[in-house]
Design a protein around this ligand. Structure first.
Ligand SMILES: *[C@@H]1O[C@H](CO)[C@@H](O)[C@H](O)[C@H]1NC(C)=O
Ligand SMILES: *[C@@H]1O[C@H](CO)[C@@H](O)[C@H](O)[C@H]1NC(C)=O
Ligand SMILES: *[C@@H]1O[C@H](CO)[C@@H](O)[C@H](O)[C@H]1NC(C)=O
Ligand SMILES: *[C@@H]1O[C@H](CO)[C@@H](O)[C@H](O)[C@H]1NC(C)=O
Ligand SMILES: *[C@@H]1O[C@H](CO)[C@@H](O)[C@H](O)[C@H]1NC(C)=O
Ligand SMILES: *[C@@H]1O[C@H](CO)[C@@H](O)[C@H](O)[C@H]1NC(C)=O
Ligand SMILES: *[C@@H]1O[C@H](CO)[C@@H](O)[C@H](O)[C@H]1NC(C)=O
Ligand SMILES: *[C@@H]1O[C@H](CO)[C@@H](O)[C@H](O)[C@H]1NC(C)=O
Length: 831
């Protein structure tokens, strides 16, 4: 055993050295409460700490949760010689005491805590090797319907114990679409959007999933995993719209009455109804069982159907699924009696009407549903008054309400009027309607005019429309106020244009002849009119109108002087702008309705371009016309009748001027600032633009450009860029510092072509910062004569002074005052 102990000591010593234990403070120290962390599953033995003994302490004792693994050597070396397992004990609470030579405690016990740190030494495991669950078709996507659960003994506060769930496989897989999803943290399995839409127990009642779980937060490296099988049954969705509900209207049962129900797939849903029709009063309700009620009696005649929606929500107010549409149809009951069309319905029968002829139809109405027994009406005559000469004179067709003469023709002497009481009945109700039958005379009398000729009437043609010009009268001996005696007047001759009309007074049968359209002396000065009188009812056979039913009338229209009339309000003409003065450019015509001569004149000829022939209306140019000044020239023409009241009227004359090429091209602006820096380092160029005042084609001008002088061709070149722009380039660099005026010809290529000769001033000047430098009051580079003379004089003066100095120096050589003389002469030079 001594050998063993020594061996052990040696082993410990090795560890001690290699791990660095024993350094004061970190790995060794006096006895005091301490805390250590040690990874589980490490090498079987490790030194933890070296306690130092203070006399009289000579040895140490370890107690507490040592689990036979923690030990202390008499010299105070705390170590463990067994593998730690966090899952067995995560924290070891130890006590260390210091003992003296007699074994009595002299220090402590102090608390020593050893925390065992986790390593990933446990694999996750599903609690079940197989799970079973079920889901309703159309369940809300993302809402878990079951959970799988795995455990891992490792510390859940470290990745070692963090589990991630995953669906590895779904069987069957349809179109490669996942119908299920799993919450990777909770293991909750729910439907995907596609699953919610497409799962159908009829097509596929069960699915199998393989679900895996991984620790290490799902990392692939160093993680353990497990898997399980999940069987899922798909159950039918019971959240379905119920059948259309039929509610009988006007129910007397106590309300509310349950009419239908909806059910969510699981209990606990909160139900509500949504009224999309925005009714003023919504007569339905739902309770928390999903039962739907009608809250009061309905009236089909007010509204015969309802559509609303049932909604199921979860406890947070989130819809569990789509709303269900509830259709309600209100069933008719016969709760409306038939209604008469009016309090009294009046028919007229002529005296000589034959048996069986139709008199008229009574159409009663019923508010109940059409085409059902509730609105089928039956007609029956219940009473006739008077009953002379006999009862039952009339018949009514049972279902149509058509009345007929039943027994004999009627005679006014018997009774001029009958009152019938007619019973109109539907299934349950009876209504009495009243029919009055008037017996009217036969139309055996023709209308006869009071006179056959209404003579002559003279009217001015400008009489107002609507004026009554004549009253005519015919009489009819038939029964008054019937269709046999009422008179309608017609004009059969003399008014083919319909200028007159006749209204009949219903009381007196007088006819009022009225002007309906303006009269016109010029087209119809005399109207020989024939009136005809007739009845709305036909005459009985054998009776015919004769000439007494017609009358004559002569309407004489007199002339009123009217202004001349132009044949059109706007006259248009078009000429080329270069027409010669005096060319006819247009003409206007007016006519006087009375046939008077007309004199034409112009108004608004502000430019004085036109003149008009007073007699013919022809218009001529009176000056040079210019399209560029006015392309559309508008004037007024006046037509005045000669004689009469000199009435006049006006019309417009619009003269469009078409372009001729009468403007040569020109530069678009005055180019003053074109320059090149002098001296020219390399050939350069400048761009300029031309324009033309003539009308241009849609392509714009197409000018050609050329140098205006052949002698310049060695120095300059003009090249076209496009129709309006050209480039002027130098051909060399050898130019003087001065202004060159370059003559340029611009041709417009028109018909005939016009050429503009322009001059482009180009300056060669000294440049300062890229800008032409021109001293004030002087053009750059061109010395004036005065300047030249000045320069010359200054040069001569300087030369003169220098010569004088030289001369004086030579003369005074050897003299003492050379220095002062030189100074006095040089000084002015420096000024
Ligand atoms: C650990 O050491 C103690 C005493 O030093 C001894 O009794 C025990 O058997 C040792 N255990 C192992 C597994 O070496
Ligand atoms: C999973 O199982 C553990 C241990 O049984 C339990 O504490 C936990 O609540 C379960 N989780 C779920 C989501 O059921
Ligand atoms: C777990 O699910 C969440 C949310 O779907 C996702 O953001 C995360 O990346 C997933 N984690 C892993 C490891 O798949
Ligand atoms: C309901 O029926 C009763 C007879 O049953 C009727 O008097 C009432 O007018 C009806 N109400 C409506 C609104 O139709
Ligand atoms: C009516 O005019 C016609 C011709 O214009 C003339 O012959 C006749 O005498 C006139 N009659 C009366 C009553 O003026
Ligand atoms: C037209 O007939 C009526 C009787 O219908 C008769 O009184 C009148 O004299 C007749 N007139 C002419 C012109 O024949
Ligand atoms: C102009 O006069 C000519 C005859 O001179 C005629 O044919 C033409 O219709 C007149 N045009 C107008 C607008 O009146
Ligand atoms: C002609 O060329 C000039 C200069 O390049 C340019 O500014 C202009 O837009 C051009 N015009 C047309 C019609 O292309």
């Amino acid at each position: 055993t001594i050998m063993q102990a020594q061996l052990h000591c040696f082993y410990l010593l090795t560890l001690y050295l290699t791990t660095g234990y024993g350094q004061e403070g970190m790995f060794s120290g006096p006895l005091k409460p301490m805390k250590f962390s040690v990874f589980e599953g490490q090498e079987p033995s490790q030194i933890i700490f070296q306690f130092k003994a203070n006399p009289p302490a000579v040895t140490f004792k370890l107690t507490g949760e040592t689990d036979g693994i923690f030990h202390i050597q008499p010299d105070g070396l705390l170590y463990h010689n067994g593998t730690l397992d966090r899952e067995t004990r995560a924290v070891h609470k130890l006590e260390v005491s210091a003992l003296d030579a007699h074994g009595a405690t002299v220090d402590g016990p102090v608390h020593i805590t050893v925390e065992v740190k986790d390593i990933n030494d446990n694999r996750p495991m599903f609690l079940q090797s197989k799970y079973e669950g079920s889901v309703r078709q159309n369940s809300r996507p993302g809402k878990p319907f079951m959970y799988v659960n795995a455990t891992d003994l490792d510390d859940p506060a470290t990745p070692n114990g963090q589990l991630i769930y995953q669906i590895v496989l779904q069987l069957p897989k349809i179109n490669n679409v996942m119908y299920f999803q799993i919450n990777n943290k909770t293991g909750g399995i729910s439907l995907t959007v596609e699953g919610s839409r497409e799962l159908d127990p009829v097509k596929n009642p069960s699915y199998n999933l393989v679900v895996s779980v991984k620790d290490m937060g799902g990392q692939i490296e160093n993680s353990f995993s497990d898997s399980t099988s999940v069987d899922i049954m798909v159950k039918e969705n019971i959240w379905k719209a119920p059948e259309t509900v039929e509610i009988v209207e006007n129910s007397t049962d106590p309300h509310p009455i349950k009419i239908t129900q909806v059910r969510w797939n699981e209990p606990g849903a909160q139900y509500s109804l949504a009224d999309k029709e925005k009714l003023p009063r919504f007569p339905f309700s739902i309770d928390q069982e999903g039962d739907i009620y009608v809250t009061h009696p309905l009236d089909r005649e007010e509204k015969d159907s309802y559509v609303f929606y049932a909604v199921a929500k979860d406890e947070h107010g989130k819809p569990l699924s789509y709303p269900l549409q509830i259709d309600v149809k209100v069933k008719d009951i016969n709760d409306n009696p038939p209604m008469c069309p009016s309090p009294v319905t009046v028919f007229e029968v002529q005296e000589n009407e034959k048996i069986g002829s139709s008199i008229g139809t009574l159409v009663a109405r019923d508010m109940d549903e059409e085409n059902t027994m509730n609105s089928v009406l039956v007609y029956r005559i219940v009473d006739q008054s008077p009953k002379s000469p006999t009862e039952g004179l009339f018949l009514v067709e049972r279902y149509t309400g058509m009345f007929q003469l039943a027994k004999q023709s009627l005679k006014k002497q018997d009774a001029p009027q009958y009152h019938l009481t007619v019973e109109v009945s539907d299934k349950d109700f009876k209504t009495l309607c009243h029919v009055q039958i008037n017996v009217v005379d036969i139309n055996d009398q023709i209308p006869i005019f009071e006179k056959s000729d209404y003579g002559n009437l003279t009217l001015a043609e400008d009489i107002a429309v609507g004026s009554i010009i004549l009253t005519i009268q015919a009489t009819d001996a038939d029964e008054p106020f019937t269709g046999s005696s009422k008179i309608l007047y017609r004009i059969t001759e003399g008014d083919s244009e319909g200028r007159l009309g006749i209204d009949t007074d219903p009381q007196t049968n007088a006819g009022y002849v009225m002007v309906k359209k303006p009269l016109d002396f010029e087209t119809a000065a005399v109207h020989n009119i024939v009136f005809h009188a007739e009845n709305p009812e036909p005459l009985v056979p054998g009776v015919k109108c004769n000439s007494s039913s017609s009358a004559k009338f002569t309407l004489i229209v007199t002339d009123v002087n009217e202004a001349p009339q132009f044949s059109q309000q706007v006259f248009q003409a078009k000429v080329s702008e270069d027409v010669a003065i005096g060319t006819k450019v247009g003409n206007v015509t007016a006519k006087d309705p009375e046939g008077l001569d007309i004199s034409y004149s112009l108004r608004g000829d502000t430019r004085g371009w036109l003149k008009i022939n007073h007699v013919t209306g022809e218009i001529f140019s009176a000056a040079r016309l210019d399209r560029e000044a006015a392309s559309l020239y508008r004037v007024q023409v006046l037509a005045t009748e000669v004689g009469g009241s000199s009435l006049s009227s006006t019309a417009n004359f619009h003269l469009t001027l078409t372009d001729v090429n009468d403007n040569p091209p020109r530069l678009v602006k005055e180019y003053t600032g074109l320059f090149f820096c002098y001296p020219l380092k390399a050939p350069g160029s400048l761009i300029f633009e031309a324009t033309d005042d003539d009308q241009q084609s849609f392509r714009g001008p197409q000018f050609t450009f050329s140098l205006g002088s052949e002698s310049l061709q060695n120095d300059w070149e003009v090249s076209k860029i496009n129709g309006t722009h050209a480039r002027l380039s130098t051909k060399h660099t050898d130019f003087e510092e001065e202004i060159y005026n370059i003559p340029i010809l611009i041709n417009d290529g028109g018909r005939p072509p016009l050429e503009g000769a322009v001059s482009l001033p180009v300056t060669f000047c000294t440049c300062v910062e890229g800008r032409c430098f021109r001293p004030a009051g002087q053009q750059a580079g061109i010395p004036t004569v005065g300047m030249a003379v000045g320069v010359l004089l200054t040069t001569i003066l300087v030369i003169g002074i220098i010569l004088a100095v030289v001369f004086i120096r030579m003369k005074n050589k050897g003299k003492d005052n050379v220095e002062s003389a030189q100074a006095s002469e040089v000084k002015p030079l420096r000024k």
